[in-house]
Design a protein around this ligand. Sequence first.
Ligand code: CP
Length: 310
Amino acid sequence: MIPQFIGRNVYDLDDYSREEIMYILEATKGMKEINTREYKKIPTLRGKTVCTLFVENSTRTRMSFELAASRLSADVVSFQASVSALQKGESLQDTVYTLNAMGIDLYCIRHSSPGSPQLVHKYSQKPVINGGDGRHAHPTQALLDIYSIWEKLGDLKGLKITIVGDILHSRVVRSNLIGMEKLGAKVTVCGPKTLMPGNMESVYGCKVEYDLGRALSGADVVMGLRMQLERMSEGLFPSLEEYSKHYVLSKDTLRHAKPNALIMHPGPMNRGVEILPEIADNTNSVIVEQVSNGVAVRMALMFLILGGKA
Ligand code: CP
């Protein structure tokens, strides 16, 4: 049976089955082919309007949503929070009512508050794609990460994937754990105890390690996470130097992983803190490809949700 996506929201991957995730990956493959053409545009969403409603900073996610919509020929409205009436005290509710009055068909939102995508749907009655809500979820990042692994290594079933860094504050890791678990990967998360929630095994079915060597042992895929420098003031670890000493991804620490282990990072990276350039830029790194795949994944989602014509 062909999965139905028209009009659906993408709050997180727990709303999507294994079959639906696989369907999105196949659709992404088709979109990636379009992105390699000289004329990278198809008319499938002509007449539709997509709004990127970003109330928190972003480079990759916002630009790739906008590029994805343009490549499908939708009109794009880019809401810039810093120069909007939000600065004059207008609420999110009135902001959405205002945007809706202009005929938006799909919202892509980033906000520091978990649950904001659900609110935007409630106020707009239009489909919403979550581009990151607080620490909660970042489903399109997880889909592009999963796609990047699937494209290089095939079926995720049985792959050992190690995710290293600030697990506590990461919405990327939460969405990835849900999606990767559905596809049968064996995921290990690793970081300092102070940056590790207490219930990871029971909630997500992953393994927890505090020692980097053990976590990387035999890994097929290694993903570094951004050390969230703004959290330094919370005193969750003594210093960046101390963090790097124990958790940096380097040639030396990666000798524990499989020789050609895929290297990933959602970005933005702090080079020299969680990952060294010798790893970020090496031949096994797909960090740049993750960004390209992000455009294709978001094209696929918009196509499926807005009922684009093939
Ligand atoms: N990975 C990611 O979400 O990056 P941006 O913050 O640049 O969108």
